[in-house]
Design a protein around this ligand. Sequence first.
Ligand code: ADP
Length: 491
Amino acid sequence: MFDSMRIRLTLWYTGLLGVVLVAFALTTYNYIYTATAKKTDDSLVESANSLIASLTTELNEGDQTPSEAIRDVTLNIRLKDRQFAVFDKYFSLVANSEAPVFRWKNSHWPSIENLARVAENTGNGPVLVDSPASRSVRVYSVPLQSRSDIFYVVAALSLHEQEETLEPVRRAFYIAVPLAILLAAVGGYLLAQRNLRPVVVMGQQAARITSTNLHERLVVHSSDTELGRLAVIFNDLLARLNLSFERQRRFMADASHELRTPLAIVRGESEVALSQKDRRAEEYRESLEIVNDEGRRMSRIVEDLFTLARADEGTYPLVVSNFYLKDVIEDCLHSERSLANERGINLNFVTSQELPFSGDEGLICRLVLNLIDNAVKNTPAGGQVSVHATLESEHYLIHVEDTGTGIPVEARSYIFERFYRADKARVRVADSNGVGAGLGLSIARWIAELHGGSVTLERSDEMGSTFVISLPTTNRKMGNLEKGEGGGGRV
Ligand code: ADP
């Protein structure tokens, strides 16, 4: 039951209000009590002082003995709810006004012995205390010096009147505070229920959304309220999820489409080879070469797909080390040289520095190779592919320039997308080395970004294209990675 947000909100709210109300009631009551008690004490002291004044006059001016004078004055006093008693230095009673009729809450009016006990505590100065026998009576004792002797005047006052003032205040608080808390609890619960209803509705709507209807959205009544904003955020999340599902579906469809063609060629070629008896050795060889080429192509596609899948998951096993970019570029050019020679393309590399770098050497090699490979494949025979590596402020810039056919304007903004090929027809008819699945540049971009850098198409026209790799000289992105630790980012 306490798991319900409504109940919890109500309890918190009511509890807090209860504490505030009780604190307010206690403080107010304490204030009234202190003021009333002071008034009572002042009145008691005042009446005792006026008795003392009369006694002093009588003792100084009269011709009676001190005891007679005291008795005379004291017995004549009649004041409501009060009693006066005078004791001698041995605390024996000298005079005593009548005790008031007192029947109140099981309390007793203090006896003469009790009053004498207060007088005994008087010492050198006046004392103002609750009666020892009853907390409903205040007692004031004060010494009185006559010419020859010392006496103690004790005045007692019932707190009846004070209680009559305080009782209604207490009763009001006893009723008002719980009533206010009860009303607040009911009101708070209803308010919480009303305000949380949209959350319940949102929850029901969200529960109906699955991967098959990710395009559905929560109804947003007002985007100015907290819940409205929550619905908008949730809808944004759904949109991102939908996009991600959509990408995943497209990726699967594109991947199977890319694999379907080489598989069909392999099957077709092997079926033809098997169906004809008495084929010549060269014919078998030709078929096997085609099967081998397509097999290699499929391996490359599967390897690229695997790289991208691990990049998406962020689980690509990185091997970080220190190396020279110059060496890596030279290795890439070396492995690309036979293809370039085969196609009659001149490859050259210009740099004046070693270009020390820290990162995954295998991935950086793949990044550079993808660009050189694209340049070689898209450059006609007799053309030129040049690589320039330079250091500019805090970045290494590697330019890969070709004298190829260029990339059509409408294709330029898509070439970094997965499975995108600028000229599908042309690629299809190329030899096996020229057939790409459209994954090379998206992998290149992922590798560059993983190392804190970028790959961009700087220029492309009918004279050729130039791609630029930019890598930070201090690779902060990988600064925290231990050598050999995994952790690729998304492409
Ligand atoms: P692929 O594996 O097909 O080469 P990429 O992602 O590497 O895929 O490249 C995407 C497309 O961009 C290629 O199919 C090609 O049409 C175009 N492209 C890339 N580099 C060049 C280049 N240097 N010259 C002309 N076109 C290029």
